[in-house]
Write a protein that binds this ligand. Structure first.
Ligand code: GLY
Length: 358
């Protein structure tokens, strides 16, 4: 088990990354007493594996009153309609400002639960128990919470740091293969663009990663959390240019996701987007062909997609990227690699460079 600290002054918190440790939630939460009620939010898929009940039982054993709520699984629940239903339910169940909301699930449950916690009663406390690889290495850390608009993902939300994050890597054993690969798309991001040592470790352990070896996964999840914790500590609100570096491959990925009507999973879109970013970096002379081939081979070893799907329109991709949530004044900007483990934000790229495709 590893403890990683996110240092944010009086909003600092710990991430516990272990295996078969869901029952630690009770003692983790007692440090935050008084707690009037714990609301455990999960989805209809995660609940079947028993994770939310294990979390709820462990909290109950400490004497805290627990309410377990479940929503439909999938992106369809990250809406204002689901949020409104949850606000009403919390009110009906007497949830007050001394309550804590605990999200047990993937990125949707983490983002939705955090959004409810940020808004209900002008804010209640929040805790994350991520059960997908994508949520464990990325979305549960750093306080970005929110819901989608029909035309834009994560468009309405807030920054709300959790009280803590409890990661049980054994939950990754029950993930469907496409969800697991999607999480690996984000893992690759950390290695290729931010940490050469992690990249080397991933390259050396591709086979064990593919069979979900728990010791390797715990190491990877802890390393990714440590990288993200450092960056979030340096630039919590994404204002200094540091946090934006977590977005390798993401400008392309967002445009692909929108065009697929979100049927393409986020991390798989990031995988393809990361290859596009590497190709663009070669075109701009930031890295050489050897870099690109090494990255491509790495994606293939982890069975991750590298090519743009046929139903993606390239002109539309460029137009969408110019109006990405993170773009400014309609200019194209990308996080591009400069070497294995390092990257830069390159702004105001001439669209003509992209016009002949990648
Ligand atoms: N997923 C990128 C961030 O949290 O900033």
């Amino acid at each position: 088990m590893q403890i990683i600290s996110v240092s944010l002054g009086n909003r600092s918190y710990d991430i516990e990354a272990g295996s078969d440790n869901l029952e630690h939630i009770g003692s983790f939460l007692t440090a935050f007493q008084p707690i009037s009620t714990a609301v455990v939010l999960t989805d209809d898929n995660v609940i079947q594996h028993g994770y939310a009940h294990r979390v709820a039982d462990s909290i109950s054993e400490t004497g805290i009153d627990v309410h377990l709520l479940s929503v439909a699984s999938g992106e369809q629940s990250k809406t204002i309609e689901t949020a409104a239903t949850l606000w009403e339910t919390l009110l009906d169940e007497g949830i007050d400002r001394k309550s804590v909301l605990i999200s047990v699930g993937g990125g949707v449950i983490g983002d939705l639960g955090g959004f409810i916690a940020a808004t209900y009663a002008r804010g209640i406390r929040f805790f994350q128990v991520p059960t997908t690889l994508l949520a464990q290495v990325d979305s549960s850390i750093g306080g970005k919470v929110g819901i989608d608009l029909p035309k834009a993902k994560n468009m309405v939300g807030a920054f709300l740091q959790p009280l803590g994050v409890l990661i049980d890597t054994k939950t990754l054993k029950t993930l469907p293969d496409n969800q697991y690969r999607s999480g690996l798309g984000e893992v690759i991001k950390y290695g290729v663009s931010l940490d050469a040592e992690l990249f080397q470790f991933l390259e050396n352990n591709a086979e064990k990663i593919n069979i979900r070896d728990l010791a390797i996964l715990q190491q990877i999840v802890s390393d990714c959390c440590r990288i993200k914790a450092t960056i979030v500590s340096e630039d919590e609100f994404e204002t200094t240019g540091r946090r934006v570096l977590l977005n390798y491959g993401h400008t392309f990925a967002h445009a692909f996701e929108i065009q697929s009507h979100f049927t393409l999973l986020h991390g798989l879109a990031v995988s393809i987007g990361a290859v596009c970013a590497a190709r663009l970096a070669v075109r701009l002379g930031l890295v050489d062909e050897t870099f690109l081939q090494r990255q491509l081979c790495f994606h293939q070893n982890l069975k991750l997609p590298t090519e743009i799907p046929n139903n993606i329109d390239w002109r539309q991709t460029i137009a969408l990227m110019r109006h990405d949530k993170k773009s400014e004044f309609g200019k194209l900007r990308f996080v591009l690699p400069t070497d294995i483990g390092s990257c830069r934000l390159i702004e105001d790229i001439d669209p003509q460079i992209l016009e002949r495709g990648l």
